[in-house]
Design a protein around this ligand. Structure first.
Ligand code: ADP
Length: 269
């Protein structure tokens, strides 16, 4: 990213209460750079999903403003924001084939029929799911369904993709494999990704920067290695420290990702 900035998403003084009660997002100020992979990391209930839902347009801020690509979106409906979305539960249409699931966002956007098949094929290739286009979701494994959900989020070339615990339902091995694939896709497409997880190692290995949430507040916004090496408060130190199912230490940084060395076991990621 260098020193020049190209703000793509800007939250200014954003607050959210549900039912006029407690503030679940408290005065959020956050700028996400164009092309950045930014993760919202924090314990359950800390306000990550609410923040993502406000960006998507499914929740309205109680106060403050959100801009996407220099346009204030507070009054822009979700489907007009042109955002790709992936969630833990896939949310594929069960009665449609894979190809039909992928064609749907293109049809909604009035993409000419003649272009749809090629775009669907390209999206399936991107997630390494060719030759399964005629199947229905129920005929796919969980991992394959999640690939289709990812392809569906990318098929219309969005500039912004939101992911909320997209790998939460997958087993550990598949999850780690998909983390790498998502990173590759991010690098290849240069798309801006905002990713929600409560999993420290996932956040630290995938992201350019991580916003650590607790109690509706960003406790620290930093590159992964800086969270380890320079936690700004005890919450961050403790929460990032909990990562240590790896029980490791960040040893080098490249491309915003970090390498974690497990004592006595060499490097793992
Ligand atoms: P996270 O994604 O970090 O787990 P959420 O943004 O989902 O956190 O939730 C933050 C807080 O807001 C929680 O206390 C949750 O119970 C509350 N909350 C979330 N969605 C709603 C809703 N639709 N109505 C009322 N309270 C909600």
């Amino acid at each position: 990213m260098g020193t020049s900035t190209d703000p793509f998403v800007v939250f200014s003084d954003v607050q959210k209460t549900y039912d006029g009660e407690i503030l679940v997002v408290k005065n959020l100020n956050l700028t996400i750079e164009r092309g950045e992979f930014l993760t919202l990391l924090g314990p359950s209930g800390s306000g990550k999903t609410t923040t993502l839902m406000m960006l998507a347009g499914f929740e309205v801020p109680t106060h403050g403003r959100i801009e996407i690509d220099k346009v204030e979106v507070n009054n822009v409906a979700p489907h007009k924001r042109n955002i790709g979305m992936v969630f833990q539960n896939y949310a594929l249409f069960p009665h449609m084939t894979v190809e039909e699931n992928l064609a749907f966002p293109l049809q909604v956007r009035k993409v000419p029929k003649s272009e749809i098949a090629a775009k669907v094929e390209r999206a399936l290739d991107m997630v390494q799911m060719p030759a399964m286009g005629k199947r229905r979701p129920a005929q796919l494994s969980g991992g394959q369904q999640q690939r289709v959900a990812l392809a569906r989020a990318l098929v219309f070339d969005p500039k912004l993709v939101l992911m909320d615990e997209p790998l939460g339902a997958l087993d550990k091995q598949l999850r780690e494999h998909m983390q790498i694939e998502i990173k590759h896709i991010h690098e290849r497409l240069g798309v801006t990704i905002v990713y929600v997880t409560h999993d420290q190692s996932e956040a630290l290995t995938m992201s350019d920067r991580v916003a650590v949430f607790n109690d509706g507040i960003i406790q620290q916004l930093a590159r992964p290695a800086d969270l380890y090496e320079r936690p700004e408060n005890s919450f961050v130190a403790q929460f990032i420290g909990e990562n240590n199912r790896l029980n490791g230490k960040v040893t080098s940084i490249g491309n915003g990702a970090c390498t974690v060395a497990i004592e006595g076991q060499g490097q793992v990621a």
